[in-house]
Design a protein around this ligand. Sequence first.
Ligand SMILES: NC(=O)C1=CN([C@@H]2O[C@H](COP(=O)(O)OP(=O)(O)OC[C@H]3O[C@@H](n4cnc5c(N)ncnc54)[C@H](OP(=O)(O)O)[C@@H]3O)[C@@H](O)[C@H]2O)C=CC1
Ligand SMILES: O=C(O)C1=N[C@H](C(=O)O)C[C@H](O)C1
Length: 268
Amino acid sequence: MSKMKIAIAGANGRMGHMLIEAVLKADDAVLTGALDVPDSPNLGNDAGMFLGEKTGVTVESDISRALEGAEYLIDFTRPEGTLKHLDYCVKNNIKIIIGTTGFDEAGKKTIAKAAETISVVFAPNMSVGVNVTMKLLEIAAKNFAEGYDIEVIEAHHRHKVDAPSGTALKMGEVIANAIGRDLKECGVFSREGITGERDPSTIGFSTIRGGDIVGDHTVLFAGTGERIEITHKSASRATYAQGSLRACRFLADKKNGLFDMQDVLGLK
Ligand SMILES: NC(=O)C1=CN([C@@H]2O[C@H](COP(=O)(O)OP(=O)(O)OC[C@H]3O[C@@H](n4cnc5c(N)ncnc54)[C@H](OP(=O)(O)O)[C@@H]3O)[C@@H](O)[C@H]2O)C=CC1
Ligand SMILES: O=C(O)C1=N[C@H](C(=O)O)C[C@H](O)C1
């Protein structure tokens, strides 16, 4: 069987490095390109330099060079970058795995539109653990819909630029959908000063940023006389990279369509 031809966007980023390493180690994949921004200090270097490896793939800022011969682009960058890359993928029939978070509604619509032409996996968290946790949350939410206050607490490293995390927002959405609420109406994203008593119909979000925390998410169901906490903690970004490779394999026979990691992992 032929190997999956994969290019990586954000090649010099935290996830870019994990993804390059994962592709180089995978038996069924080959690294065909590495893309980064024009002012990246890594441009012109071998994509495997950070590993002390020669891959023969150079980090490029020209998308047509970086994506030459690619069947898949894995993109963990920033919304504005991902949307530019997505446009190129649509025009050149390249499948895309989007891990970037922080999109606004217009950005999400653009991704859905692109998926009418090419196949797309778009998920705020590619780890198996988080996606199974989403299923646990669905069950928990249905049983704690009344009499329990629901709070989502997330913690990430000091470099993270969006808040709350894409995963925390997705957890909120999963819970809201399970109990017939609309997160746009019931989400509470900050509290300060005289806030008044807690409205039981709300879902609260708290964000912690510090050090090198890879990614922790807890959903707290706080009742009277008891509380339930469902927690997932990432100790390494390798799990997101492995999930992205699973997403590529899943897309192999898909001409178009919008999928998430629940589709990839068969959790729907
Ligand atoms: N879905 C999932 O499982 C996961 C999602 N993420 C998400 O992935 C994204 C990247 O995270 P992380 O790797 O930690 O971030 P980094 O900042 O380490 O890496 C981002 C990369 O994208 C590049 N970049 C920055 N701006 C643009 C742009 N406008 N266009 C193209 N490329 C750009 C950066 O270049 P430079 O450094 O030169 O600015 C860098 O190479 C975030 O949105 C994060 O939330 C992260 C982990 C898991
Ligand atoms: O920026 C990160 O690091 C992460 N971002 C994703 C998110 O916003 O949910 C996934 C993971 O938590 C790590």
